[in-house]
Design a protein around this ligand. Structure first.
Ligand SMILES: Cc1ncc(COP(=O)(O)O)c(C=O)c1O
Length: 360
């Protein structure tokens, strides 16, 4: 059988991780974007409030969950007029990213367009479906045969925020070849130096959600990575198709997690508090990196500092590992990342302080 999937990138970091762990002060792991702050108590309470319910949950999510999505997108991101029927909860967003091409019926001969530097699961999803991947440079239109275009602003790994005009052009270009647009908006609630916008805003979509999906995650904004909590919304026809397939395939968000999502989306206070925590970590790490001779590119929003000393990414990873700090090489995200590393803000204040100390 030919190899369907790439090697799991994090496996190749094992030697550097082992080296970083030998640091007398312990490792500072900034290589993955996993939340470290406790799940807000109000969300924990919501999770357990339905723990006694024995029945199957619905794939479509409870009406309360769908209303909560509509409310949160309006309050937090200025997306108004959504029909709760066009909302679908997902088991975190990674499974949706990995299976979306298959759920849409894509296969051999179809093209999935992704950013030149991108979250690796976009490629995985295309390969699982047997489709072909096209990595697009900034502003490059998708080639003929493209059936799905992934957008990601703010970006993982670069933290780049695309303007509404740039996103609108990407939507226009995708529509010109008849492609669905999936906009991965999992970092939308973490702006620093630029204001990211949803693909569902009028200034991006031109007043029509035809062919558009906005994909959201509560992993970062509400520290719910462990719960596996996400949702999508957008074009009602597309959402109905996805609901149909996901019902057949058993892709159901557990009932306690549906309750947790509902509560998390109804409360903006914990989102602001979490953003402030990451903001404080960014405020100490960013100058420390610059003082250590790094240029930090983009990183206007989201959870990563896209950093370079204009040397091979793996040399930089080794330099950090010798200081007990683990970072991810830019090559995990695409060939053009070969001179950058991705440094996550997802470590405790104590571990971030240790990293700053070691960089000085
Ligand atoms: C761009 C992007 N999309 C999706 C995900 C998946 O997140 P989750 O499955 O926790 O919702 C991540 C996780 O880091 C990500 O960076």
């Amino acid at each position: 059988m030919t190899k369907r999937l790439p090697d799991f990138p994090w496996d190749s970091l094992a030697d550097h991780a082992a080296k970083a762990r030998t640091h007398p002060g312990g490792v500072v792991d900034l290589s993955v974007g996993t939340p470290v702050d406790p799940v807000p108590e109000v969300i924990q309470a919501a999770l357990s409030s339905v723990a006694a319910e024995p029945g199957y949950p619905t794939t479509h999510g409870t009406p309360e969950l769908r209303e909560a999505v509509v409310g949160a997108l309006a309050r937090r991101h200025g997306v108004t007029g959504l029909d709760p029927k066009a909302v679908l909860p997902t088991i975190g967003s990674k499974e949706l990213v990995a299976w979306l091409p298959s759920l849409l019926g894509l296969g051999p001969g179809d093209v999935v367009a992704i950013p030149a530097l991108a979250y690796p699961t976009y490629e995985v999803g295309a390969r699982l479906a047997g489709a072909t991947v096209a990595r697009l440079a900034d502003g490059e239109p998708p080639p003929d045969g493209t059936k799905l275009v992934w957008l990601n602003s703010p970006s993982n790994p670069t933290g780049r925020v695309q303007s509404a005009a740039a996103l609108a052009q990407a939507v226009t270009d995708a529509r010109a070849v008849g492609a669905v647009v999936a906009s991965d908006e999992c970092y939308l609630a973490l702006p620093w130096d630029a204001a990211p916008v949803s693909v569902l805003r009028d200034e991006v979509c031109g007043g029509s959600w035809d062919g558009l999906l906005a994909v959201h995650s509560l992993s970062k904004s509400s520290s719910l990575a462990g719960y596996r909590a996400g949702f999508l919304t957008g074009d009602p026809r597309l959402v109905a198709t996805l609901l149909e397939v996901r019902k057949h395939a058993g892709m159901i968000v557990p009932r306690p997690v549906q309750a947790a999502i509902t509560t998390a989306l109804g409360d903006d206070e914990h989102v602001a508090a979490q953003r402030a925590r990451y903001g404080r970590r960014r405020e100490v790490l960013l100058p420390a990196l610059k003082a250590a001779g790094f240029a930090v590119d983009h990183s206007e929003a989201g959870l990563y500092l896209w950093s370079t000393r204009d040397e091979d990414a793996w040399d930089t990873v080794g330099w950090f590992a010798s200081r007990g700090i683990l970072v991810a090489p830019g090559t995990f995200y695409g060939p053009t990342g070969d001179r950058h590393v991705r440094i996550a803000l997802t470590a405790s204040d104590e571990r971030v302080a240790a990293a700053v100390e070691r960089l000085s």
